[in-house]
Design a protein around this ligand. Structure first.
Ligand code: ADP
Length: 319
């Protein structure tokens, strides 16, 4: 393999830039040419492709978002769109592609691999919802953003003796809510992976008040319900007044944490290593502190592993 390309796709995540930098620098280190595709798969279809040099990725390791920009492409979901993308890859002499993104982007990469362009995927999403890897790029930064918000809200909750409901992102995954709830000392954490019973939540809040607890923090994952809905239900069913805070897109931005920069560098470099060997249809990830590559199909075919022990611990520590 002589020339590869890299793109970022789907929702942006802090650390994507660090991953792009790693791909570009490792590729050049290995003697490969490397091109950047701008605007994700849509840019690939449109031929927004530029050769990158060592300096092209200077001064980006600390920046959130993605210098290659991201996009969602409906056209790429069609076979005609993907054939246009394949044409552009051939036209530019690109023999392999690193795709940095979430599971939608991974599906696209699998399709391209099947059309003949080997793709290696680097997981980058704040949701931490990619099967087969313990950590995705961006999760740690988002987690720290959420914890910072919980700490601030706690000041008001304590001063005004209030119950706060904080809604966090995560799509259908509860990792961001669970980890931030545990680290932020939330009294109640609602995640899609575990059933919740409203009467039990009410009971918990009331027994807390009974033993003199004057404030409470509830973290709810967006995949369960909105903070507004939960607030309404607590009011209607138990007369409990709450305040809500929807953290929204602040969770997606910001300078990547040290940990995200490190794993982005490791994942990006690993992607080039395997791609250089001509291997495609693979995902990069972390298992027990080791950077691994595994079959891309496992992302879609194997069930997501949820950390039940951590959930139990969060319950035990918030009695
Ligand atoms: P993320 O990668 O963050 O999960 P999306 O789900 O929006 O984000 O996916 C990003 C892009 O990947 C989509 O806009 C689309 O172009 C492409 N994509 C998603 N699913 C498929 C699919 N099944 N086949 C081909 N391309 C897909």
């Amino acid at each position: 393999m002589k020339k590869i390309a890299v793109l970022t796709s789907g929702g942006d995540a802090p650390g994507m830039n660090a991953a792009v930098r790693a791909v570009v620098r490792k590729a050049i280190y290995e003697g490969l040419e490397v091109a950047g595709v701008f605007n994700g798969y849509q840019g690939l279809i449109e031929g927004k492709i530029e050769l990158l040099q060592l300096g092209s990725v200077g001064d980006i390791i600390q920046r959130g978002g993605t210098m290659l920009r991201s996009a969602r492409s409906e056209e790429f979901r069609t076979i005609e769109g993907r054939e246009k993308a394949m044409k552009q890859l051939k036209l530019n002499g690109i023999e392999g592609l690193v795709v940095i993104g979430g599971d939608g982007s991974f599906r696209g990469a699998l399709e391209l691999t099947e059309l003949g362009c080997p793709c290696v995927c680097v997981p980058a999403t704040i949701d931490n919802d990619i099967n087969g890897t313990q950590f995705t790029i961006g999760f740690d930064t988002a987690l720290n953003t959420v914890i910072d918000a919980i700490d601030k809200i706690r000041d008001t909750a304590t001063s005004h003796e209030r119950t706060f409901i904080i809604e966090v992102m995560g799509r259908n995954a509860g990792d961001l809510a669970l980890w931030s709830g545990l680290a932020g000392g939330a009294e109640t954490i609602l995640i899609p992976e575990e059933k919740y019973e409203l009467p039990a939540i009410i009971e918990r809040l009331k027994s807390g008040t009974g033993r003199g607890k004057r404030h409470s923090i509830i973290v709810v994952a967006e995949g369960v319900m909105s903070a507004a809905e939960l607030a309404e239900r607590l009011k209607v069913e138990a007369g409990i007044e709450t305040r809500i805070s929807v953290l929204g897109h602040i969770q997606r931005g910001g300078s990547p944490s040290a940990r995200d920069r490190v794993i982005a560098s490791q994942y990006g470099a690993k992607a080039v290593e395997v791609l250089k060997e001509g291997r495609g249809g693979l995902a990069i990830g972390m298992r027990n502190h080791v950077v691994v590559n595994y079959d891309l199909k496992d992302v879609f075919e194997k069930p997501n592993v949820f950390d039940v022990e951590m959930y139990k611990l969060s319950r035990e520590l918030s009695i």
